[in-house]
Design a protein around this ligand. Structure first.
Ligand SMILES: C[S@@+](CC[C@H](N)C(=O)[O-])C[C@H]1O[C@@H](n2cnc3c(N)ncnc32)[C@H](O)[C@@H]1O
Length: 195
């Protein structure tokens, strides 16, 4: 049985958040960290970027320049200053990769598009350790953390991005699907890089 997640459960909503984010910038230099086999976000919006580089651990599309690599490694090793839009369209938890980007990106304004699908953890039995570590919610069950308090937890995880040294969150947009998957767009201002 496949344990793959659903690649684009509500594509229209996902694209709307990315379009909102992209509209905050004149020039789009995109690092698409979970670019997917079909490149739906590439086809729907990122093909209009002035530059684009896609990364996927398993099946990168071939519509543009892409490489087979994990997002974790790419966010730690690539020159992030070459990009001003980062797409973190993962199956479950975007926070570790998003935090690496906020830490490593140099000064300037950039955008982060994220998919927060942690609520899926209730079904597959994975708790989200990055959330527990970041907000210190060790006493809460997965059900409360990822289900009942999902909106509050996402708000805290977003706010914690703005607590990374040199990082200020300027604007954000959020959309939630009927299956409780959350699509986020965040505009970030970075005043210094801390590695
Ligand atoms: C939700 S889909 C992304 C869909 C894609 N953004 C699109 O526009 O079609 C998640 C993708 O993440 C890839 N993936 C899973 N784990 C990964 C990782 N650690 N690093 C990079 N890609 C990963 C999967 O192969 C899958 O293509």
């Amino acid at each position: 049985m496949s344990n793959r997640g659903t690649d684009n459960s509500e594509e229209r909503l996902k694209l709307a958040v990315r379009r909102w984010l992209a509209d905050q910038f004149d020039d789009w230099r995109v690092l698409d960290l979970y670019c997917g086999e079909e490149g739906r976000m590439y086809q729907g919006v990122w093909s209009e970027a002035s530059s684009y580089f896609g990364v996927d651990k398993f099946r990168p599309h071939s519509l543009a320049t892409t490489v087979k690599m994990s997002a974790e490694r790419a966010s730690q090793q690539l020159r992030l200053d070459d990009y001003n839009l980062f797409d973190v369209d993962c199956y479950a938890s975007p926070w570790a990769v998003a935090r690496t980007i906020c830490r490593r990106r140099g000064p300037g304004c950039f955008g982060l598009a994220m998919t927060s699908g942690e609520e899926r953890g209730l079904k597959n039995g994975h708790s989200s350790e990055i959330i527990r570590r970041t907000i210190g919610a060790s006493g809460l069950s997965d059900y409360r953390l990822l289900g009942r308090y999902q909106d509050m937890v996402i708000g805290l995880m977003l706010r914690s991005l703005g607590e990374i040294p040199g990082t200020t969150l300027c604007r954000a947009a959020k959309a939630k699907t009927a299956r409780h998957i959350v699509y986020l767009g965040v505009v970030v201002e970075k005043s210094c890089s801390v590695t």
